[in-house]
Design a protein around this ligand. Structure first.
Ligand code: AMP
Length: 407
């Protein structure tokens, strides 16, 4: 009987969800770094602590679990992670995972690529919690839960900041006293796993464009944009934390720092300000309706429309800013939940770019979420490419397994 292919788990612990994906590593991937692990199943819990719902399915779409739970049963990330793992482990009984790859939001200035997790790495990731309060603690919860269950299992951290590690000084600076830069108070950038995937994907679908100056708009619940040249990140709209840049589902994006001072002077604590800027602002705060773009696009509330209009203008403004950094624009790519699925938002953003960049869309291709949605006459090609952050984590984890001689 042939031995089964090694299995990798990929864990993506978000602010209110935990997603676990199961990948198998083909034999050829041990020799060739470009051969991707293959997704075989995934499961996720959404609505942790609010309205927990578990869903799990095989890669062919066959649903193996779809169940809601009382909050008391899945009140936190620890419980959610145990449950997803339990469901997926039913299918893994004969072939337990050989490694677990984690999406970790902040790698600070210490980590410019994926690393094997040990005590020292955990301590350094803990120190970064204040810079990613919504995500980093949950990433660490999952890492600790795996350590407890299987202390010898190889665990790998893949960072959302790492793809941006090559930014030059001008892209990293904020105009504070220079000593703060030396203490790590810099613009790091996030969503790097998504951008790394898009950079790879572009070399497959449009190799000519991949060599050039490309802006990628990752528009999901979190949202940012990345300027790439030759497939490398040169700037991003996010900064020290994942609050900067575009307004998002519940996060504010760039605001006058004087607002934070004013809030503090009004007596708001740092925790209260943090909750408001991360959880009550963005589309949710502006519209008073929802953080979910689908809900806003179908709402009759004037403030829902205002929020979408503001969002589109801010995205276009950020594209202009990044195009200046790049010294021009050879392609624009939309990705993530809104970017890959919302013709309405893409067309609102691109309408702002028509005069300055000569961008125009093919209405039919845009409506169908086609791969190339610009019209033939558009000066800049516009593409839609769904992202795959888990796939990049699986690929990096397989690489580290190879480097450690583990199979
Ligand atoms: P993500 O964080 O990448 O899963 O993206 C979540 C966001 O994508 C939410 O705001 C959703 O409303 C939005 N989204 C997903 N599908 C669509 C769609 N068909 N039209 C508009 N927004 C969508």
């Amino acid at each position: 009987m042939s031995t089964p292919h090694p299995v990798i788990l990929v864990v993506n612990a978000g602010s209110s969800s935990v997603k676990v994906s199961v990948y198998t590593v083909p034999e050829a991937a041990h020799e060739n770094a470009d051969i991707n692990p293959v997704l075989s199943a995934n499961g996720q819990i959404e609505g942790i602590g609010v309205a927990p719902r578990l869903r799990a399915s095989m890669a062919d779409g066959h649903v193996v679990a779809d169940e809601s739970f009382p909050v008391s049963q899945v009140s936190d990330h620890d419980a959610a992670f145990r449950l997803v793992r339990l469901v997926l482990s039913i299918g893994l009984r004969d072939n337990p995972p050989v490694a677990v790859g984690h999406r970790v939001v902040h790698g600070g200035s210490d980590f410019s690529q994926a690393v094997c997790i040990d005590d020292d790495v955990i301590a350094r990731l803990e120190a970064l919690i204040p810079l990613a309060p919504l995500h980093q603690p949950h990433n660490l919860t999952a890492i600790r839960a795996v350590r407890k269950a299987a202390p010898d299992l190889l665990q790998v951290a893949c960072f959302d900041t790492a793809f941006h590690a090559g930014h030059d000084m001008l892209a990293q600076l904020m105009a504070l006293p220079y000593s703060y830069y030396e203490r790590g108070i810099r613009r790091y950038g996030f969503h790097g796993l998504s951008y790394e995937y898009i950079a790879r994907r572009l070399t497959q679908v449009a190799p000519d464009l991949a060599e050039g100056r490309v802006i990628v708009a990752h528009l999901g619940n979190g949202a940012s944009l990345c300027a790439m040249h030759g497939g490398r990140s040169v700037d991003s709209t996010m900064g020290l934390t994942a609050l900067d840049g575009m307004p998002m589902g519940t996060r504010c994006g760039s605001i006058d720092p004087g607002v934070v001072l004013w809030l503090a002077q009004q007596g708001m604590t740092a925790d209260a300000i943090q909750s408001m800027l991360y959880g009550e602002s963005g589309l949710k705060g502006l519209s008073g309706v929802s953080s979910d773009m689908r809900a806003l696009l179908t709402s009759d509330e004037p403030r829902a429309r205002l929020a979408v209009d503001f969002y589109a203008l801010r995205a276009a403004q950020e594209i202009g800013k990044l195009a200046v950094t790049l010294g021009g624009l050879d392609a624009l790519v939309f990705t993530a939940g809104i970017g890959a699925n919302s013709p309405a938002v893409r067309s609102r953003i691109c309408a702002h770019l028509e005069t300055l960049f000569g961008i125009s869309l093919d209405a039919g291709a845009n409506e169908e979420n086609g791969q190339r949605i610009s019209s033939n006459g558009s000066r800049v090609p516009v593409l839609v490419l769904p992202t795959d952050e888990e796939g990049i984590v699986a690929l990096s984890t397989a690489r580290i397994m190879r480097e450690c001689g583990r199979r």
